[in-house]
Design a protein around this ligand. Structure first.
Ligand code: NAD
Length: 349
């Protein structure tokens, strides 16, 4: 078994904490990548791993990603991630959530959690009984916080507008053709915002009924899920799974812009260069999809309302333009440039 230092995703993390509570069955990892900008913020994933080494890898990789995302969003937060190793039956008991809340509390505020895959806002409420270092809780109307999906969609919408202005020289979205992969919380919200501006939409989802229903509502087209990545359009917006941009899909792309909300869109670092070589303007995923973390971070920090969230989300445009400017100046792919700027912001370069 490799030591922590030997994991390829180990990146001088400030701390990687392992928790084991036989009474509740909790086995969890909290990885703190950096607190240089503030408490390490990042959601908790509840997932059944065939091999616990995969859980460690996820915690290391995702916590570093949160450092970068929070820094690029201009938040006074570092990056961390919780991973709870789900038992084979995937049952999440109140005792397990309480034990995880206690685990977070032992870190004294160096880590702040929120929802991620497999965790709900009700789970955050349960964790809140043991620690105040949690966000993504239900909030009153008009306050910062709550469901991050709509705010993520708002940020992606602004990012699409910025990309269209930059690559196509158009400030008006009327008639701009956007292909959206995945019409869930983020992709569906994005589709509504774009439709309201007169954009032409092609939608796809692995649940085809979702895409056809939304297409009917918005006067859009729907295509099969396996066709969306090669649609001829102005913008492709991946809003479903990660790793959709790979050697084959990039070769087949028929768009000048890729700007979407999904996390980890590039299958490998080499795919950043592939997009760049094809002259496709890519909005780095963790820059354009930061709306949700902005929303829950301001909730945690307190004293902010929706207007403060909206103002900060609007800053996503300026950050994207900074990335694109530096890419133009250096000739480096935008995803590489984004990592470099983020590393500067957390004092790692
Ligand atoms: P969601 O589950 O609400 O929606 C995802 C949709 O994608 C579903 O309708 C699903 O059926 C569809 N889908 C899955 N695989 C697909 C495929 N191969 N082709 C077409 N459609 C497919 O999830 P969400 O909250 O909208 O998140 C979407 C993406 O955005 C994820 O990658 C997520 O990590 C990322 N993200 C979400 C937020 C947020 O605030 N919700 C924030 C940042 C990033």
């Amino acid at each position: 078994m490799a030591s922590l230092w030997d994991y390829p995703d180990f990146d001088a993390h400030e701390g990687v904490h392992f928790f084991d509570d036989p009474a509740s069955g909790l086995r969890a990892i909290i990885a703190i990548h950096s607190t240089a900008r503030g408490p390490a913020a990042g959601g908790t994933r509840f997932w059944h791993y065939a091999d616990s080494a995969d859980a460690v890898t996820d915690a290391l990789r995702l916590s570093r990603g949160m450092s970068y995302k929070n820094a690029m969003a201009g938040l006074p937060m570092g990056g961390g991630k919780g991973v709870v190793l789900a038992p084979a039956d995937r049952i999440k008991t109140p005792a397990l959530l309480a034990a995880f809340g206690k685990a977070i509390e032992t870190l004294g505020g160096r880590y702040v959690t929120a929802e991620d895959v497999g965790m709900t806002d009700a789970d955050m409420v349960a964790i809140r009984a043991e620690t105040r270092h949690v966000s993504g809780l239900p909030v009153a109307a008009g306050a910062a916080g709550g469901d991050p999906g709509p705010t993520t969609a708002q940020g992606v919408f602004l990012g699409v507008k910025a990309a269209v202005a930059r690559a196509l020289g158009k400030t008006d979205l009327a008639g701009i053709h956007v292909a959206i992969q995945g019409v869930g919380s983020v992709g569906g919200g994005l589709a509504r915002l774009l439709a309201a501006q007169g954009a032409r939409l092609t939608l796809a989802d692995v649940h085809p009924d979702r895409a056809t229903a939304l297409a009917a509502e918005l006067g859009a087209s729907a295509v099969a899920a396996d066709a969306i990545l090669a649609i001829e359009a102005d913008v492709l917006s991946p809003c479903a799974l990660g790793a959709v941009l790979n050697r084959d899909s990039i070769h087949a792309l028929a768009v000048p812009i890729v700007a979407g909300g999904a996390n980890n869109q590039l299958a490998t670092p080499a795919d950043a260069a592939r997009l760049h070589a094809r002259g496709i303007l890519y909005a780095p995923d963790y820059v354009i999809n930061a709306g949700g973390i902005i929303n829950v971070a301001l909730e945690y920090l307190g004293g902010s309302d929706r207007a403060a969230v909206d103002q900060r989300v609007a800053g996503i445009r300026a950050r994207l333009n900074q990335v694109w400017d530096e890419s133009d100046a250096t000739g480096d792919p935008t995803a590489i440039v984004a990592d470099r700027i983020a590393q500067r912001l957390i004092g790692r370069r």
